[in-house]
Ligand binder design. Sequence first.
Ligand code: SF4
Length: 419
Amino acid sequence: MPQYYIWTIGCQMNKAESERLGSYLEQLGYQPTPAADEADLVVLNSCVVRQSAESRVINKLYSLQSLQMSRPGVTLAVTGCLVDSEVDQLKKDFPQVDYRFKPGDYPQWLEKAELRPVLPQHPAPSSFVPIIQGCNNFCAYCIVPYRRGRERSRPLKEITGEVKELVHHGVKEVTLLGQNVDSYGHDLPDKPDLADLLTELNTIEGLARIRFLTNHPKDMSTKLIAAIAYLDKVCELICLPAQSGNNDILKAMRRGYTVERYHQLITQIRSKIPGVALSTDVIVGFPSESNQQFQQTVNLLSELRFDTVHVAVYSPRPRTIASRQFEDNIPLAEKRERLDIIEQLQESIAAEINARLLDQTIEILVEGRKKGKWQGRTRSGKLVFFNNNNDCSGQLTKIRIEKTSPWSLQGKVESNSTN
Ligand code: SF4
């Protein structure tokens, strides 16, 4: 039986695509293998959002090309954000690659096989469901609109049908994915929005939890906040990238909101959704970001106290507005220092937030095992580890928290809510 190996880097959208591609391949008779050097077909699902990710992709491509030279029968395919309109350059740089296809554009050898819709055949208890592809925003630093194209929403009925089928296969939780989920539906005939979609999904029997990411501060509506507060299956976790705590930097980034508006939105969310967990993204070292402007970002994070902060060092990406208009003039050492400051601050904030959960009993959805322990997540997205000799996978389980850290929690089983 032929074997396939998929190497994935990047966002959840890529992980969802890889899951689906794997299912397609299994329908064609391929078996997954964890080792590239045993595979007959190797697919590299790439990300080039940051320079560091692109460098890892390029290194991986070189190593896969050498593998292919030592085993000439291996088929090598590349997908993800590395594959854009400049495919000819990619062909020139990596002539050993047999197939190059854009995200979601499955190559002919898959299409011709007339397979069933692309759904994971052995989905995890918690599965990703893409609802909108692409982005229309053109934030100054971001390569996504150039690589993933303009926004394309999937019809509401198609998504609900897919979620029902996933639930039929044992899925308990879905995470709806989009570069900007707040844009969902504007390009569809009836113009449903994310709140409408959540309302529809909330009625699906057997589905326990619904998550979604990523939101955009300029587009998040009062209607959506009310829906999150009202719908019992929708989890209290919102990912709302701030990117900077300075209005001039936000303007140069073309984010479309001010720091004041961002504060207002967080206040509104916290007042309507008690116990909500908030996650944000921040970029440090954007062109000409002064120490004072950086300090305003630090202040924003200290004041708003997020559960999670993803911080990235600015790196110019080809074709983006920032790379064309601004000089990348903050030294790398300075950028790294700023990143460290934010990571240290966030570590202490997250430690304090998580410490409040000590001795509490919290329901988690068990996703699987890692390093000999079961792991699952709370509705607010916190990672919890525990020991148990039984098979707990896919169960909603009540855990008494015995130990906390900035990154995860540990505890012991109190009871199972479902089997
Ligand atoms: S909203 Fe901005 S940062 Fe997010 S994907 Fe679109 S262009 Fe990129």
